[in-house]
Write a protein that binds this ligand. Sequence first.
Ligand SMILES: [Fe+2]
Length: 344
Amino acid sequence: MPTLSRRHLLAGTAGLLAAPAVLRAQERVVNVYSSRHYDTDRALYDGFTAVSGVRIRLIEGEADALIERIRNEGANSPADVLVTVDAARLVRAAEMNLLQPVRSPVLEARVPAHLRDPDGLWFGLSVRARILMVAADWTPPKPIERYEDIADPAFRNTILTRTSNHPYNISLAGSILHYNGADGLEAWARGVVANLARPPQGGDTPQILAVAAGQGRIAIANTYYLARLLRSTNPREREAAQRIRAIFPNQGDRGTHVNISGAGVVRTAPNREAAVGFIEYLTSVRAQEMFANGNNEYPVVADEVNVVPEVAAWGRWKQDRLNAATYAKLGPQALMIMQRAGWL
Ligand SMILES: [Fe+2]
């Protein structure tokens, strides 16, 4: 077990040598509250049990409901680890004082600094880029190389996107607020609104399919939605996805905005040491492959890990290294600005 910390697991056992047997038995479990629902996750968790002897008890639910549940359970919560998507949700759990700081040489070495909380309250485990997806047979009137470009009046009646209040758009806008300031974000949002092909509605997949169907030219969407369509068992979805060209914005400057799915140790975790060991395990090469590929994402541990072929086909690209905590904390202000700009 190359990356699973024996120290943590041993410390967990050693500290309980004098404890009653029932407590020792409890230490062999990690209670994971997760909003991920992928078939591969069970195999992933079984992999942890195989190397550690620690069983995973999985409680699945919608992210916000899980956060509420941990809060309501209070000091008696059995939750050890919260696994969820979107940095803003992890930041919110941290701000609600539901997570505890973790110092782990393994996690600090394996997870790049911009993808984890500076105080160790949560750690990114997979990466999704929010990119521009354009019609492959379309020649844009001007080059599209940056997020900022699509606000240009040359792109009237072309953009398809979700509503402004979805976490993915809030996180992207938070990053634009950081780099371009409040006036810059507002000008960008006004430009995007002026260029919409239809009022914001639906998830990312419908935006991609609408571009393929010619209802617009530019979708703002996360990478894994396109990969999912490319890998679909439905030939019409595959064919639609093949009519899309993926543009990773801002390669010439700050890099493409990325969001994460990630995990934190719950403040009241009854099985703290094993919980840390579990998150460390999730950064091992094999676990990273399963964790990222379960949803066609990118691993946080780059280079050593294979992504699915459809994702690999997009090649290498530069990530924006703005800390996820920074853009997540700017989210509420960014949302206010988007709404002021008329982004529904
Ligand atoms: Fe999603």
